[in-house]
Design a protein around this ligand. Structure first.
Ligand code: KG4
Ligand code: ZN
Length: 375
């Protein structure tokens, strides 16, 4: 069966056709995957502007879907069902995809399947690698989320940890903005960090050992670990972001005092390229260590047979390399999506849709977008 997937949760309008293979070890194949990125539009604002994003989705959605059908060499009549991201995300953006998908389902009289965006990221691992050794510990790390899942069976996701404040990708984007590097910051910092010294600046590694009393109640802490486990699987990146900001400001002030420049405000002083590369490398080392310490720690406690990383930040070269190295040292298989499946796309939504469709899930035409949908 061919599944049409639609993804419009943030600033990418995406459509894809994914087909079932009949092979249980690699159940799905991508027939097409089209992404219209709005990054160039939001760049001049330094981040995603929700109203502009929603309007741009309206402009792009028809062309993107038609292109996905064309590339996949399938007609409307060849579609067995349609899957759409219901949430979480920007509500105006989500509504464009949800409305479009409902209209297609109604007019073609085919089933509609609602998909959680993070389930899509998790399924990108199965889409790219085939079946994983289960149970698996899977980290979804993107611009909006840093969430750790225990996956005991295919299609079953237990949230065991998440960030208390900023997502890792958000920290990348904010640090890049602070350094005057542009948007989105992740790929730029990744590239600059390769030329820097990752020990040049000693940024603090965020550590938490106690559960967060305010929000941890939604986490599923598997027995016998209980609540003590929660503090060890949660993430925090806002302190690190503040540490980078303080470091940059103090360096700018030092340069201003030394008379190295004649600008009015120290904040507009741009640090030397060499120094920026060192800051990027040092920041990235701490982020990657924090992400992998918690992920591999949870995998050990839960007796996971594999580890998976997904989401936009899983495209990061150091995160990928360090995760593979840790996996090799522990003899624990590590799974990653391809680079094009790491960042937002609709093929992962179609795959997650196929998983849900085969489990019997159907959405009605009263389906609504949900900005903070839980998984
Ligand atoms: O999954 P995604 O495309 O969208 C969300 O669901 O948020 O993730 C986007 C995030 C952005 O914060 C971007 O800076 C980050 O992923 N990102 C990276 C890299 N490529 C994208 N972060 C670090 N290194 C990269 N190579
Ligand atoms: Zn995403």
């Amino acid at each position: 069966m061919n599944m049409l997937g639609i993804e419009t949760s943030c600033d990418e309008t995406a459509a894809a056709v994914v087909a079932e293979t009949g092979d249980v070890s690699k159940p799905w194949t991508i027939r097409s995957s089209v992404i219209a990125s709005q990054a160039d539009i939001h760049r001049e604002w330094g981040g995603v502007v929700p109203e502009i994003a929603a309007r741009q989705h309206v402009r792009d959605i028809c062309g993107v879907v038609e292109r996905a059908l064309q590339d996949g060499q399938v007609g409307w009549q060849d579609l067995g069902a349609i899957a759409v991201t219901q949430g979480p995300g920007l509500v105006g953006s989500l509504l464009v995809g949800v409305s479009f998908a409902k209209a297609v389902a109604f007019s073609l009289e085919i089933p509609l399947v609602a998909v959680h965006h993070l389930a899509g990221h998790i399924e990108s691992l199965f889409l790219h690698n085939g079946t994983l050794a289960l149970p698996a510990t899977i980290l979804v790390v993107s611009g909006g989320h840093t969430s750790l899942y225990h996956v005991p069976r295919e299609g079953e996701y237990h949230l065991i940890g998440r960030t208390r404040d900023d997502a890792a990708g958000e920290a990348y984007d904010k640090v890049a903005k602070l350094l005057g590097l542009g948007y989105p910051g992740g790929p730029i910092i990744d590239k600059l960090a390769q030329q820097g010294n990752d020990r040049a600046v000693a940024f603090p590694i965020p550590r938490m050992t106690h559960p967060n009393r305010n929000v941890a109640n939604r986490l599923e802490t598997p027995p016998p670990f209980g609540r003590a486990f929660a503090g060890r699987t949660e993430f925090s990146f806002s302190g690190l972001k503040t540490a980078v900001m303080r470091h940059v400001r103090s360096r700018q002030t030092a340069l201003a005092m030394a008379g190295a420049t004649t600008v009015d405000s120290p904040e507009s002083i741009r640090l030397a390229d060499r120094e920026i590369a060192d800051i990027c490398a040092s920041f990235q080392r701490v982020v990657v260590e924090a992400l992998l310490d918690r992920t591999f720690g949870a995998a050990r406690w839960l007796g996971a047979r594999s580890v998976g990383l997904a989401g936009g930040v899983s495209a990061n070269s150091r995160l990928r390399a360090d995760a593979m190295e840790r996996g090799r040292a522990l003899d624990l298989p590590v799974f990653l999506p391809s680079l094009s499946l790491s960042t937002d796309n609709a093929a992962m939504i179609a795959a997650a849709g196929l998983r849900r469709f085969r489990a019997g899930h159907r959405a009605g035409l009263d389906l609504n977008a949900e900005a903070s949908l839980a998984l």
